[in-house]
Design a protein around this ligand. Structure first.
Ligand code: HMG
Length: 391
């Protein structure tokens, strides 16, 4: 049995209320609240990047024994901070993981964490004593007043993969699909993505429909076999359309009702955080685990991963006995503690960039911090700090 033993999450300490954003953009707030099913989005200041989010999401779930047993750190991201050095190398250092480990970064839009999980599983099949840390960390920025602006977000989900998982055991049923399309992409010279919005939503739904059909053909399973289905969530309304697409007429009304209720639980955190790209599917899983009152050990959970470009995958796992003991009770409290920004303050944070002197040094303003933060740059090298060591 191989699967998710622990799961952690971090998001920036700032948020933007989408009613405020809608009013500033002369838009009916209902378009965001019921049209996209979004209420708030997390906003990252300059002192937060994918490394600080990644390390902060993993810090509290790792014990000394984990740090000594992890022999692979994979950071999945599409908002990398360097064309050469992997974010995973910084994260390995910040988390004080034993030195004889592989650390690297993977990319394929919002899909890559799913590929990382599969690689972790293959590695542990060969080395059952190993533990692999898979972290999905991203900052989604679409641009001021763009159609995608209300669907921005930022956050990281860390998962510890082991051969004695206490949350979810993976099944051997993965079905992936690749199609070379231009629905969403970000060339190296652009800070924000280029998006064919409507086309991207059609591709998401068609990738789901065709992969689900192939998955059913290969496994013989139907939705009746699932207690819940988690989706990649660029914005919750699209995931809801996804659920409706795969709920066919043969389902009993009771099953439809149960899947819909589980879906509502799975979008609770995303509604307040926004799109966190490759971590988004796993934030949906975390939300389901921590807010559902009906799930139980043995339940089969389905996962639909989608990354623009595009690669998608459907797979499933079984909840492990005692999984509730591995969760956090105060997640909502932490989300509520984020500082609300005015639209003006959000726009200032959006455009803030390092102001380098001629030595390549830059000092950053001080912002509310997670466990790790970026204090500035020295000779073009990122300076990461541990908040506890400052205290
Ligand atoms: P838009 O064109 O501004 O919005 O942007 P719209 O006109 O399509 O309206 C959105 C919904 O609001 C519609 O609901 C409207 O009817 C409704 P629907 O008909 O679809 O159910 N609406 C209202 N509801 C209540 N009151 C009102 C009102 N007005 C309208 N007054 C779009 C939408 C998705 C294009 C935009 O947000 C966007 O470009 N987002 C970014 C791209 C995206 O998220 N694509 C999703 C699929 S691709 C993907 O998932 C991968 C991704 O995560 C990246 C990666 O892989 O790296 C994005």
């Amino acid at each position: 049995m191989i699967g998710i033993d622990k799961i952690g999450f971090a998001t920036p300490k700032y948020k933007l209320d989408l009613t405020d954003l809608a009013l500033a953009r002369q838009t009916d707030p209902e378009k965001y609240h019921s049209g996209l099913l979004l209420d708030e989005i997390s906003i990252a200041p300059i002192s937060e990047d994918i490394v600080t989010l990644a390390a902060s999401s993993a810090k509290d779930i790792l014990t000394k024994d984990d740090r000594e047993s992890i022999d692979m750190v994979i950071v999945a991201t599409e908002t990398g901070i360097d064309q050469s050095k992997a974010a995973a190398v910084y994260v390995h250092h910040l988390l004080d993981i034993q030195p004889f480990a592989r650390s690297f970064e993977v990319k394929e839009a919002c899909y890559s964490a799913t590929a990382a999980l599969h690689y972790a599983k293959l590695h542990i099949e060969k080395s059952p004593e190993s533990k692999v840390l898979v972290i999905a960390s991203d900052i989604a920025k679409y641009g001021i007043a763009s159609a995608g602006e209300p669907t921005q977000g930022a956050g990281s989900v860390a998962m510890l993969i082991t051969s004695h998982p206490r949350i979810l055991a993976f099944n051997d049923d993965n079905v992936a699909q690749t199609r070379d399309i231009m629905d969403f992409w970000r060339p190296n010279y652009s800070d924000v993505p280029m998006v064919d919005g409507l086309y991207s939503t059609k591709q998401y739904l068609d990738s789901l429909k065709t992969t689900w059909k192939e998955y059913q053909k290969r496994t013989g399973l139907t939705l009746e076999d699932f207690a819940a289905f988690c989706f990649h969530i660029p914005f919750p309304k699209l995931a809801l359309k996804g659920l409706n697409k795969i709920m066919d007429r043969s389902l009993t009304p009771e099953k439809k009702e149960a899947l819909s209720l589980a879906f509502d639980d799975s979008i609770r955190y995303s509604k307040q955080v926004g799109n966190i790209y490759t971590g988004s599917l796993y934030l949906s899983f975390l939300s389901l685990l921590e807010t559902s009152s009906t799930l139980k050990a043995g339940d089969r959970i389905g996962f639909f991963s989608y990354g623009s470009g595009a690669v998608c995958e459907i797979f499933s796992g079984q909840l492990v006995d005692g999984y509730k003991d591995m969760l956090l009770a105060n997640r909502q409290e932490n989300l509520d503690k984020r500082t609300a920004l005015s639209v003006e303050e959000y726009e200032t944070l959006f455009y803030e960039k390092p102001q380098f002197d001629d030595k390549g040094d830059a000092a950053f303003s001080s912002y509310d911090k997670n466990a790790f933060y970026l204090s500035g740059m020295t000779n073009h090298q990122r300076q990461y700090k541990n908040t506890e060591e400052d205290a």
